[in-house]
Design a protein around this ligand. Sequence first.
Ligand SMILES: [Zn+2]
Length: 112
Amino acid sequence: MGDPLRLDSEKPLLKQYYAGQRMESPNGGFLMLLGISSGEGGVAIAIFECSASSLRYELVIPKATRGERKRVKEVIDAGDDPDCPRHGPGVRLVRAGRDLVCNECGVAYAKA
Ligand SMILES: [Zn+2]
């Protein structure tokens, strides 16, 4: 299995990903999530397999923005459990080492 291919037009795909919608593959079929790993500088990399071609694709999930970090910190400071700023209510951030991360983005939004 070679290196995964990079997906084009990442913005609309990211939107679908955060919304939990089915993502269409460039080869027909759709993209099935295989896993998420952390990349360099706080980004995460989601690996997908195309249901039609079995080719693998990667989607870079951008690191937390300053605004996202600020909102999460405000929730923590208020004594509440923060949700993922991208996935929205119901997707809690979880402790991973010294960070609070979203399991579905693979992105750290705060220090635990
Ligand atoms: Zn998330």
